[in-house]
Design a binder for this molecule. Structure first.
Ligand code: FES
Length: 130
């Protein structure tokens, strides 16, 4: 016969295991849905087109623009310029260095991103969700 005391002991472990699992699920979900909202670039920016992971920089003198490097077709990352065209490696869409579509299958221009400049740190903060 199982004593009431043993039942409570077993229930305690079942409850603790459940709470531990629930805590793991919650923290795991939080971590996996976190998305970077900013990209920071510090120091000298080169003239022309430069690739910084999720960001494409277009610099012409003091005129600076940032674009998302995520292709507007299916989201592949654009990482190269070829004859003044930004070329998607997945299905060959081409964009001008201003982000306009030159060749599909992408149907929208590259998304231009807003940014701020912090002079004291010589740092550009690009807003990825803009
Ligand atoms: S994801 Fe870029 S062309 Fe398809």
């Amino acid at each position: 016969m199982i004593s009431r005391r043993n039942v409570f002991r077993k229930m305690k472990w079942i409850i603790l295991a459940f709470l531990g699992y629930a805590g793991y699920r919650t923290s795991h979900r939080t971590m996996s849905t976190e998305k970077a909202t900013q990209y920071r670039i510090t120091g000298h920016l080169a003239e022309g087109i430069s690739f910084y992971g999720p960001v494409i920089l277009q610099k012409n003198g003091s005129h600076i623009r940032f674009f998302s490097s995520s292709c507007t077709h299916l989201g592949c990352q654009i990482t190269e310029e070829n004859n003044r065209k930004l070329v998607c490696p997945c299905h060959g869409s081409e964009f001008s260095t201003d982000g306009e579509i030159l060749k599909g299958p992408a149907g929208k221009p590259l998304r231009e991103l807003t940014f701020s400049y912090h002079r004291e740190k010589d740092e550009y903060i690009v807003h990825l969700s803009s």
